[in-house]
Ligand binder design. Structure first.
Ligand SMILES: [Zn+2]
Length: 293
């Protein structure tokens, strides 16, 4: 079982924070308090949530300039105006004292579709310092376009891979991507089993979240934008993949990742969905190789 704050802390230490998270858990002051502490730990000058540094003390006093909580006037609704003013527009202003600026949206499921749509552009093109935590107990209230841009955090074993699994999963997946052009059909068919997609409930979704981060890096590298990479150490293999992929194929594979996640969420065999993606990737890489000759 994993805890959202642990996942965030580790991602921060590895420089692999995403820009948006869906923090799932029962509504109430405890969830919000935990999210506040997690935000403080990310901004802590020692990287630990020490409670002693100036940043931690400001956070504890609820007056950290780079930790912002979206508030709403109506009980059951977070309006488009509130999201625009307190989050979308505010995010254009750089952090005051930290490397990041963190927005907490408690009961984020109370955003109506208009408010979620207002948030969408920020989710799609967040500034490098932007970090949004959407706290909710009802993921069904979110538009698919919003969900697909958030990494899910949860206390449950079902959705949160434990720490070791997370590292192992990430490492194995990256190894498979590096070797993608040379994988045999048998190896590709065995990937789902190797990554234990069936055994650990969280891994089957997490694998697509990781693939999406990786592919986002690949598209950034393609454009020569390497400042905000999630996996900067993979830059060499990203460049190699890019050399062998056309723009069209790179775009198609991005769609294939979305489709793979959709199929997995719809309870298609997670192994088959992953196999389909890697077969498509390998075909794209080999096709390009052959037309080179
Ligand atoms: Zn501190």
């Amino acid at each position: 079982m994993s805890r959202p704050e642990e996942v965030l802390r580790r991602a921060a230490l590895r420089g692999q924070l995403s820009h948006a998270y869906l923090w799932e858990g029962p509504a109430g002051p405890e969830r919000l308090e935990r999210a506040r502490k997690a935000a403080a730990a990310i901004l802590c000058e020692k990287g630990t949530g020490c409670g002693q540094c100036a940043s931690c003390r400001a956070a504890a006093g609820h007056n950290h300039p780079d930790i912002l909580e979206v508030t709403h006037e109506k009980d059951g609704l977070i309006s488009v105006r509130e999201i625009r003013e307190q989050l979308v527009d505010d995010m254009g202003i750089r952090p005051y004292r930290s490397a990041r600026k963190i927005y907490l949206v408690d009961e984020a499921d109370k955003m109506n579709p208009q408010a979620q749509n207002a948030l969408l552009k920020t989710l799609e093109e967040p500034p490098e310092y932007g970090l949004i935590l959407l706290l909710t107990d009802n993921r069904n209230a979110f538009l698919p376009t919003v969900l697909s841009r958030c990494v899910t955090l949860s206390d449950s074993a079902e959705n949160g891979p434990d720490e070791e699994t997370e590292d192992v999963l990430c490492e194995k997946l990256r190894a498979a991507l590096r070797r993608a052009p040379y994988l045999s059909a048998g190896e590709i068919a065995g990937l789902g089993t190797e990554l234990k997609l069936r055994e650990t409930g969280g891994a089957r979704i997490r694998v697509w979240e990781l693939l999406r981060l990786y592919w986002r890096d690949l598209l950034l590298e393609r454009l020569g934008q390497t400042a905000g990479l999630e996996f900067p150490e993979e830059r060499g293999s990203l460049r190699l993949l890019n050399e062998h992929l056309s723009d069209r194929e790179a775009g198609r594979l991005w769609e294939a990742i979305t489709e793979g996640e959709r199929r997995t969420r719809a309870n298609t065999s997670p192994e088959l969905a992953l196999e389909a993606f890697f077969l498509q990737l390998r075909a794209a890489l080999r096709q390009e190789n052959e037309s080179d000759r």
